[in-house]
Design a protein around this ligand. Structure first.
Ligand SMILES: NC(=O)c1ccc[n+]([C@@H]2O[C@H](COP(=O)([O-])OP(=O)(O)OC[C@H]3O[C@@H](n4cnc5c(N)ncnc54)[C@H](OP(=O)(O)O)[C@@H]3O)[C@@H](O)[C@H]2O)c1
Length: 301
């Protein structure tokens, strides 16, 4: 297949490029830094600098749409919120205009979202049937999903990837947490009872390939491991995997002051189950957290 990927230079996208190329697919990555695409995504990956290069004659069999400004890099000011929305929703709308105009349209459209769509779910078990939340993060996901679902009316089998906390030893949240935990400064957040629905990057990539290839897969999918943990359990497991006890607590009121509205991402949580992909037969390589962390942090052991 010839696959067009947005966000292909990111943490998840780079891993997907490697896996898809190994399976013999041809990949084109839309990027604001096209000169870096080959270095980041692989020598055989083709860069696309702008969606203006998606011509009516261009032929892509599938699209994987992951682009978006990082959610946690800056305080959610009104300007930042607009950037977070524009980089996802507007980009998806323009992309789908191009799909609409294509003489031969892609048959498959996989598009990003996040488990933040459920808002702070407390202790409720959240499947793909659960209702959306009402905070900014949830609304961002709802609108991004709605924009992407237009692909279905253009004839593409459309899957929405409701992504949990992707664990990767080389980037993302786990990479940022590694140093303080290694120094014995690891801390539980608030009361530690909030749920963290995580997924090993290897499972995430395999799940995405599964959805790409599984002809009956369509609609929303929770992209998380089956065994979510509380923040307290996550903190303990990470301390154990790094052979360092995590004794500290980051108090919720302090995080609210330091991070503003974005602190909901840490103080709240979601207990999400990957009900739909499991019902289609996907088998997890890393269903449990401690083996996943050990694999990522001590790859040779
Ligand atoms: N990683 C997670 O744990 C997680 C969890 C939930 C949801 N997600 C979502 O899944 C998607 C992929 O995640 P990731 O961790 O791989 O993200 P990432 O590492 O931050 O990469 C995102 C990519 O999006 C592109 N991008 C950023 N801002 C853009 C803008 N203003 N306009 C156009 N493109 C822009 C960038 O590509 P260029 O710089 O090449 O243009 C970048 O490579 C994101 O939308 C993210 O929000 C991730």
């Amino acid at each position: 297949m010839h696959i067009l990927m947005t966000g292909g230079t990111g943490l998840i996208g780079r891993r997907l490029c490697v896996a898809l190329t190994a399976k013999g697919h041809t990949i084109t990555v839309l990027s604001r830094r096209p000169q870096q695409v080959k270095q980041l995504c692989g020598e055989n990956v083709r860069p696309m600098a702008s969606l203006d290069e998606y011509y009516p004659d261009s032929r892509f069999d599938a699209v994987i749409n992951l682009a978006g400004e990082p959610i946690v890099d800056a305080r959610w000011t009104a300007r930042r919120k607009q950037q977070l929305r524009q980089s996802r929703i507007e980009l998806t709308e323009v992309l789908l205009q191009k799909v609409h105009q294509a003489k031969v349209r892609p048959q498959i459209f996989l598009s990003g979202s996040a488990i933040g769509v459920y808002g702070d779910g407390g202790d409720a078990l959240l499947s793909e049937q659960s209702p959306a939340g009402g905070d900014f993060g949830a609304q961002l996901c709802v609108d991004w999903e709605a924009a992407a679902m237009r692909a279905a009316s253009l004839g593409a089998r459309t899957c929405i990837l409701r992504t949990g906390l992707v664990l990767d030893g080389t980037g993302g949240m786990l990479y940022k947490m590694r140093l303080p935990f290694s120094l014995g400064l690891g801390a539980r957040i608030g009361n530690g009872r909030q749920w963290m629905s995580w997924v090993h990057i290897e499972d995430y990539v395999a799940m995405t390939l599964f959805l790409l290839e599984h002809e009956s897969a369509a609609g929303c999918f929770n992209m998380v491991a089956p065994e979510a943990v509380t923040n307290r359990e996550f903190t303990q497991s990470l301390g154990k995997a790094l052979h360092r006890p995590a004794l500290f607590v980051a108090p919720a009121p302090m995080l609210k002051i330091a991070m503003g509205e974005m602190s909901t991402l840490l103080i709240g949580g979601q207990h999400v189950v990957p009900a739909k992909i499991q019902s289609l037969g996907y088998a997890f390589r890393f269903p449990s957290l401690l083996p996943a962390l050990t694999d990522l942090l001590h790859p040779s052991s």
